[in-house]
Design a protein around this ligand. Structure first.
Ligand SMILES: Nc1nc2c(ncn2[C@@H]2O[C@H](COP(=O)(O)OP(=O)(O)O)[C@@H](O)[C@H]2O)c(=O)[nH]1
Ligand SMILES: [Mg+2]
Length: 198
């Protein structure tokens, strides 16, 4: 019985590979200022049984794996404190996408946020390669948090028409908005990979 099951599973797996249905492996890098919610976002994306109960500040980077319908992600969760920010860029050239997490309730650091986000959008290994940048306007549950359009205006994002970015409101504590954002990331990464193949 077990042998029959193994043969059937093997056959289905070969069929899915044959028709391109197996998940493709991709690397993404998750950046943003410290305390924006990067590690909490990634924790929400993991299968429930593997989630951590306690989130501790990230030192260096931590790799988290999760899947969407067609992609298998290896996400590099980068530390956001100033002394670590210069290390972000060394991960761009091996990544197929970037998630930039920001704290929508943090109006005090908006100028610093603008500098860091533009550094990412303008970076040659992001901009010239055309890899997608998904901006998560996180902590949308905090009263008075800025909306996506407030943030787009405050950061002058519309001036960046050429690069492939989109912004999505999220609450990493409940997972609200994350599915839609990850779907958008999957679509953009798949489109980018296909455009390079053709
Ligand atoms: N209210 C609220 N708090 C959040 C949200 N996401 C993360 N946090 C909290 O923000 C703090 C920093 O989160 P963490 O994931 O460590 O941020 P990181 O430094 O960017 O990795 C923690 O206390 C989280 O519980 C959110 O969507 N809403
Ligand atoms: Mg962290």
């Amino acid at each position: 019985m077990i042998t029959v099951l193994a043969v059937v599973m093997g056959f289905l797996s070969s069929l899915s590979s044959l028709f391109g249905m197996s998940r493709k492996d991709v690397n993404i890098v998750v950046v943003g200022l410290d305390n924006s919610g990067k590690t909490t976002v990634l924790n929400q994306l993991k299968p429930p049984e593997t989630r951590s109960q306690q989130i501790v500040p990230t030192v260096g980077h931590v790799v988290t794996n999760f899947t969407t319908q067609n992609l298998s992600f290896h996400a590099f969760d980068m530390a956001g404190q100033m002394k670590y920010r210069s290390t972000w860029e060394s991960y761009f050239h091996t990544s197929q996408g970037v998630i930039f997490v920001l704290d929508s309730s943090d109006r005090v650091r908006i100028e610093l946020l603008k500098d860091e986000l533009w550094m990412v959008l303008d970076h040659k290994d992001v901009h010239a390669r055309g890899i997608p940048v998904i901006i998560l306007a996180n902590k949308m549950d905090v009263p008075g948090a800025m909306t996506c359009s407030d943030i787009t205006a405050a950061l002058n994002l519309t001036l960046h028409r050429n690069s492939s970015w989109s912004i999505h409101s999220t609450c990493a504590l409940t997972g609200a908005g994350l599915d839609a954002a990850m779907q958008a990331l999957s679509v953009e990464i798949t489109r980018h990979l296909e455009s390079r193949r053709s």
